[in-house]
Design a protein. Sequence first.
Length: 340
Amino acid sequence: MKRNILKVFNFFLFLSIGILLLYFAFRGIDFQVLVNEFKQASYGWVFLSLVISLSGFIVRALRWRLLIEPLGYIPGRLNTFYAVTIGYLANFAFPRIGEITKCGTLNRTEKIPLDSLIGTVIVERSIDVITMIILIIVIFFSKIHFFGNFLTNQIFNPAIKGVSGYFTMPLITWIIIIGGFCLIIAGFILFRKRLARLTFIQKGVAILKGVGGGLKTGFTMKRRGLFLLYTILLWTIYFLMTWVVFYALPATSHLQPIDGLFILVIGSIGIAVPVQGGIGAFHWIVSLGLTLYDIPKEDGLAFATLSHESQALFIILLGSISMLMLAIRRRRKKEIVEQS
């Protein structure tokens, strides 16, 4: 009961944050101008973005299979694809739960240990973070004065300021934190044998070993060249998904490929914010980024809304279809077992 209440609380908490970010994004805009932008939009480009997006889900599923193979399992392509899309769908319920959900889905369909799958996802996300850093460097130096000011003033400086706030805490606070940490370590060392007998500790160690086994796949993977190719292809797809939507609106149709790369990077940062599907955060940061091109806020929000909501609806559709297909498959298997 308490767990269900906590889940509901977390859902509405993250949703409230997203709604608050949406409010800040849309605050003070002329909604009539926004509506006119939607009326003038060429939705064929949005549809093309969704077709490209579908190939992205396929490539992500194929890349994940490469990480799973060193574990001694070769999951079915369809099952892996279903798991990936269901994971994305789950992010609209609780932020970042999609990774666990897709691992749980593949665990049920392919009987692959859950903890090992989690390890592969950690590797996968680490590679994506490295790719993002590379893209940020490329953008920063391609138009350092243009993009550099935005990344520095709107992203890096606020982040550094937030982190630096921890270093201005009073000395007594630091003493309490460090002292408490040392006491925990000392207690663990002194009572490690007793702690090792506890059931939940044993389960925790088993989970960590499983995750460690999954992490090793990044080093034991045989087809690394193919994994690299899939990674390049995946991020090329993400770039194309962003760039083609530029042509849907007159206000953004003049932007160049490097501009699409810039919007991809800052949009990915917005999606990473812990709210359902990046709602609000994506709209705010993308519309803010487009103001660098002297694009009015209404036009920027029209672009962000077309990009985000079209992908959100597509993910909901794909994820729902995947859940339905798995349910049908389980039902058929159950009927076969009962008949036999």
